[in-house]
Design a protein around this ligand. Structure first.
Ligand code: XLS
Ligand code: NI
Ligand code: NI
Length: 437
């Protein structure tokens, strides 16, 4: 195991809930079986390169504050190499099996696209070696189509066709690289695919172009033999005023309208869910019942702020319901739980990287066990089944199997107009859940 960048950090091991060691797992035991799979197989944790390696700790009011061992290297390509090595040291020490990156996270952008691609190729070669040596895997790759000023009006939805072409070239390359590194998924987050004002926007054309772009990506992935999942990541706002892929339902509508539903699944992020005015569980549930649950960006947003704070998840209650849905869906593979999360700016020390990931991994490990027990006991499922019993017999059964219409229902209602309802028992159910925590 590498020990070059974080010599003071040991390999993180399980020490149990009584441990007071911040550099130990209290709940995460990769090999422990929960039901028919190990924790590692259920949770499929992933480190997000942009936050954990490339992120500097800058915010809109201040420059980078992070202390990182590779920042003393001034040559950008040498620094990129060091960062990639450091990534694998982190993965190994944390026992995290996967990582995710944007093309521009791992290699610096140069003057020309050709040169930029050459930079990328060099880092990709190093990454391939490190993958082969460590057995770590790429959960997903993606292209950064939002940082550079050329994407000021969007990428696939830009008013400028040259930008559409540039974005296509970038995604083509990013899919190739993801494929070359054995990536299990490829993600599209439409960072600037939305609008700022309708006064300057042809929304119909922008949406058509976004669909054309995604069809081209589907075709190209098939052409080069990439069989990983293609994922769309919804987010409602930030940076645009209106973001086209704003939540799971808007993505579903878009994918259906443009004949893309067979080709895409959805990558759900907690912080994006709450910005959309939904719960995390709602978004996962919606994806599950529509058969499009692909992967998850397992972070956590601040409920008092209106932007994507991308915190390390530590709220066990929320994670329980996220994993309850995942268990009901039969698991996440080939997707995973990607920590699309950054440390708070005051947590600038290198060891905070480990402490933060341990906190999130333990949160999900603990939540997995709770969700498994809650689902297995069946108290919630039984209550729901009983609540809808009227659709399994008599008139309800005829409604459910579609064998009845308004005229018959009117005749029925005329004879049965003394309606009896029963309690929804929300408080009772919440108390039941609390018994499992
Ligand atoms: C930004 C998104 C982004 C995607 C990958 O808010 O969460 O990080 O996950 O482009
Ligand atoms: Ni994300
Ligand atoms: Ni986000």
């Amino acid at each position: 195991m590498q020990n070059q960048f974080f010599p003071d950090i040991p390999r993180i091991n399980y020490e149990g809930p009584e441990s007071r060691n911040p550099l130990a797992f209290k709940f995460y035991q990769p090999d422990r079986k929960i039901g028919d799979k190990t924790m590692e197989q259920h949770l499929r944790f992933s480190v997000a390169y942009w936050h954990t390696l490339t992120g500097t700790g800058a915010d809109p009011f201040g420059v980078g504050a992070n202390l990182r061992p590779w920042l003393s290297i001034s040559d950008p390509m040498e620094q990129a190499r060091a960062r990639m090595r450091a990534c694998f040291e982190i993965l190994e020490k944390l026992q995290v099996p996967f990582f995710c990156f944007h093309d521009r996270d791992i290699a610096p952008e140069a003057e020309t696209l050709r040169e930029t691609n050459r930079n990328l190729d060099q880092i990709v070669e190093l990454t391939r070696e490190l993958i082969a040596d460590s057995g770590k895997q790429l959960l997903w790759g993606t292209a950064c189509l939002f940082n550079h000023p050329r994407y000021v009006h969007g990428a696939a939805t830009s008013c400028n066709a040259d930008v559409f072409a540039y974005a296509a070239a970038q995604v083509k390359k990013a899919i190739e690289v993801t494929h070359y590194l054995g990536g299990r998924n490829y993600v599209f987050w439409g960072g600037r695919e939305g609008y700022d004002t309708l006064l300057n926007t042809d929304m119909g054309l922008e949406l058509d172009n976004l669909a054309r772009f995604l069809h081209m990506a589907v075709d190209y992935a098939a052409e080069i033999g990439f069989t990983g999942q293609l994922l769309i990541e919804p987010k409602p706002k930030e940076p645009t005023v209106h973001q086209y892929d704003s939540d799971v339902e808007s993505c579903l509508n878009f994918l259906r309208a443009y004949n893309l539903l067979d080709h895409f699944k959805i990558n759900i992020e907690q912080n994006h869910a709450i910005l959309a005015g939904h719960t995390y569980q709602h978004e996962i549930h919606m994806a599950r019942i529509n058969g499009v649950l692909g992967s998850m960006d397992a972070n956590e947003g601040a409920y008092l702020l209106g932007w994507d704070t991308d915190q390390m998840a530590t709220n066990i209650y929320e994670a329980v319901f996220a994993l309850y849905e995942v268990l009901k869906a039969g698991g996440l593979a080939p997707g995973g739980l990607n920590f699309d999360a950054k440390l708070r700016r005051p947590s600038f020390q290198p060891d905070d990287i480990f402490i933060g990931h341990i906190a999130a991994m333990d949160t999900y490990a603990r939540a997995l066990e709770i969700a498994h027990n809650l689902l297995g006991a069946g108290e919630i499922e039984d209550f729901i089944a009983e609540r809808y019993r009227s659709y399994r017999e008599g008139i309800g059964r005829k409604i459910a199997d579609g064998s009845i219409g308004f005229k018959e229902l009117e005749l029925y209602a005329l004879e049965h107009d003394r309606i009896v309802n029963s309690s929804g028992r929300r408080e009772m159910l919440e108390a039941i859940v609390n018994r499992y925590l």
